[in-house]
Design a protein around this ligand. Structure first.
Ligand code: NAG
Ligand code: NAG
Ligand code: NAG
Ligand code: NAG
Ligand code: NAG
Length: 572
């Protein structure tokens, strides 16, 4: 029934500041690694316009190659994509090229495209030595640029390479898809490091845009990308000490909310009756944020490009009110595109007072009017700050996600289960949270195939079990006749074999259930961003589950601070 599902992974970097009190004294790094310069195509690779060979200028050729590389992709058939691309491509052309190339449908990129495919193929066929050489070069770059010194620690940098230029893709039907993502130059780059450090040198012949010394921001390098005008950052790896500290503070804030959430709830319930419309709207919005884990909405970006909304920017058309629906009273039906164009669809019974207020807010309005016309994100955020220091809509999500995980773990873990079944319970608890946070995904392309593989493994295991059982039966019969030590031993070992295979079978079956249930849910977003890792660590300790079963290597690095804390019974 749900049509529009995108993978819920955000790649947007937000301007993150360290919480009050966290700052560095010394920061030294080498700056970013730029994308390699453009290498013109060999003479024999041709571009054709209207059936005739045409030699392009270097700048126009570079942009043409971006399109050629995507030729097999559905994007290049989409009208918006083609229109945006052509407009930006023409800006890179010489005036002669501009006057000749006037119709994208007459451009033939197939030869270029074939050349790139052959290159990809050649890379796959590379010799061991060539691969080794590339690997060594990558390691050299990592060693030189991949680390910085912060105070007395050497820390890994998360993304020290700047993305190469190309065509913007965007999610969904992004109106800017196909536009040229410019090459980032040193002149675009702002460096942040300490005054007394060795300031990174720009590439020869170039200058940085600016060098700053701000020890409260989390980034080392920043620039503005040209498509959406958003600021991009190079930051430390999540495993770094300072990031860990920030992570820890986030969960501490959620714990503080736990202590005062009752008071906040009582307050907004009172406010539903307020004489002031503004206060009523604020109180209903807050109820949604608390109850549905909605986002507040972004003050800057929202609405600008893709038509996505948050709680404060909901419009009348995004909700439907049902006095009664499927046997429930006062149901609100939500349907809108949230962050990253992920559809939010939900039918929720709400309290009568909320329902009556919503009716009031919708009176005499058009579908495209704001539901909360007296409210905006900054007003709501300011109010949250007044309720509790450091409180944002996100803290409600973190709080609800973490407490839900804890409750679900308590409910679902069966002490008598083996390790595999306990991990299934953990994943189910994690899934409950992911559903709550609306972290859907499209089923992976390989899903059916991998399920079939698993199923054939299960079938094979079942046959193996039947064989083993038969062997056990005949060994028992044999032992009855012979009544000697040797045949008794055979029976024992056959029994063990049956048990072992039974366990293996169960493990596979648990895996299959887990995978099936996981089909449309992305667990990692909540796992990485909303679940207090100390809960998971405590759960593992309590039931003797190795932490590796819950967190992979990168996750263990990120949550090193929590794993080190080693609390037996963590009360969130
Ligand atoms: C562009 O070229 C295509 C293919 O030759 C042709 O069908 C189309 O009519 C042309 N469009 C314009 C605006 O000339
Ligand atoms: C968390 O969110 C769910 C879903 O809206 C809600 O039913 C539940 O009461 C919330 N739990 C807490 C403790 O806030
Ligand atoms: C939000 O509303 C307040 C008060 O009406 C106004 O001062 C402020 O500029 C608004 N902020 C935004 C981002 O629209
Ligand atoms: C660990 O899981 C994350 C998803 O949360 C994935 O992106 C990452 O590649 C995994 N790392 C390893 C080392 O398997
Ligand atoms: C964006 C920003 O906060 N820039 C800071 C960079 O560092 C200088 C010197 O410490 C500050 O004055 C700026 O405010």
């Amino acid at each position: 029934e749900v049509v529009l599902i995108h993978i819920a992974v955000s790649c947007r970097w937000e301007e993150e500041r360290y919480p009050e009190g966290i700052k560095w004294k010394f920061l030294e790094h080498k700056g970013p690694v730029f994308a390699p310069p453009y290498e013109p195509l060999p003479e024999n690779v041709k571009f054709y316009y209207d059936g005739k060979v045409m030699k392009l200028s270097t700048k126009a050729e570079e942009v043409a190659t971006f399109f050629a590389k995507m030729l097999d992709h559905e994007y290049t058939t989409k009208e918006i994509f083609r229109k945006n691309f052509f407009k930006d491509w023409r800006k890179e052309m010489t005036s002669e090229e501009k006057s000749t190339i006037t119709n994208l449908s007459k451009c033939d990129f197939t030869h270029m495209s074939q050349y790139f495919k052959a290159q990809t193929e050649a890379r796959k066929q590379m010799s061991k030595e060539e691969k080794q050489k590339i690997k060594e070069e990558n390691e050299r770059l990592l060693k030189e640029y991949g680390y910085c010194v912060m105070d007395n620690h050497k820390e890994r940098i998360a993304n020290f390479k700047i993305e190469p230029p190309g065509l913007f893709r965007g999610r969904g039907n992004h109106p800017k898809m196909g536009m040229l993502k410019r090459r980032i130059m040193p002149e675009d780059i702002i460096i942040n490091c300490s005054k007394d450090s060795k300031i990174p040198a720009p590439p020869p012949g170039h200058k940085w845009k600016e060098v700053r010394h701000d020890n409260k921001v989390t980034w080392l390098v920043s620039w503005t990308e040209n498509i959406q005008g958003s600021i991009k950052y190079i930051m430390l790896n999540p495993s770094s000490r300072i990031k860990g500290e920030k992570d820890w503070q986030k969960y501490e804030t959620a714990r503080r909310l736990k202590k005062c959430v009752d008071k906040i709830r009582n307050q907004y319930r009172e406010d539903w009756k307020s004489k002031e419309m503004k206060v009523r709207q604020r109180a209903v919005a807050l109820y949604f944020i608390d109850k549905l884990a909605l986002r507040a909405g972004n003050e800057k970006e929202e609405g600008e490009t893709a038509d996505t909304v948050g709680c404060c920017s909901l419009r009348v058309e995004h909700i439907k009110l049902h006095p009664e629906l499927d046997g429930q009273e006062y149901v609100v039906e939500f349907d809108f595109l949230g962050k990253d164009s992920i559809r939010y669809y939900n039918k929720v019974p709400v309290e009568k007072r909320v329902f009556k207020n919503l009716q009031l807010f919708m009176e005499n309005k058009q579908p495209e009017d704001d539901l909360f016309d007296r409210l905006n994100t900054s007003i709501l955020n300011k109010h949250l700050q007044d309720l509790m220091e450091g409180l944002t809509a996100k803290v409600f999500r973190t709080y609800n996600a973490s407490i839900t995980l804890q409750q679900q773990l308590k409910e679902l873990t069966n002490p008598d289960d083996n390790v595999a079944a306990k991990i299934l319970s953990y994943n189910r608890a994690n899934r409950a949270v992911a559903i709550l946070c609306n972290h859907q995904r499209a089923p992976p392309k390989t899903f059916e195939k991998s399920m079939m593989n698993l199923q054939s493994k299960i079938d094979a295991k079942k046959e193996q079990l039947a064989d083993a059982r038969r062997e056990l039966k005949s060994a028992k019969a044999d032992a009855k006749v012979r009544r000697d030590e040797k045949s008794k031993k055979t029976v024992e070992s056959k029994k063990k074999a049956v048990q072992r295979i039974e366990e293996q079978l169960m493990k596979l079956e648990v895996q299959a259930t887990d995978r099936e249930e996981n089909k449309q849910i992305a667990l990692s977003t909540s796992k990485l961003n909303y679940l207090d890792p100390r809960i998971s660590v405590a759960w593992c300790k309590k039931w003797g589950i190795p932490i590796e079963k819950i967190y992979n290597k990168t996750q263990r690095e990120k949550f090193a601070w929590a794993i080190d804390m080693a609390e037996e019974d963590y009360e969130f």
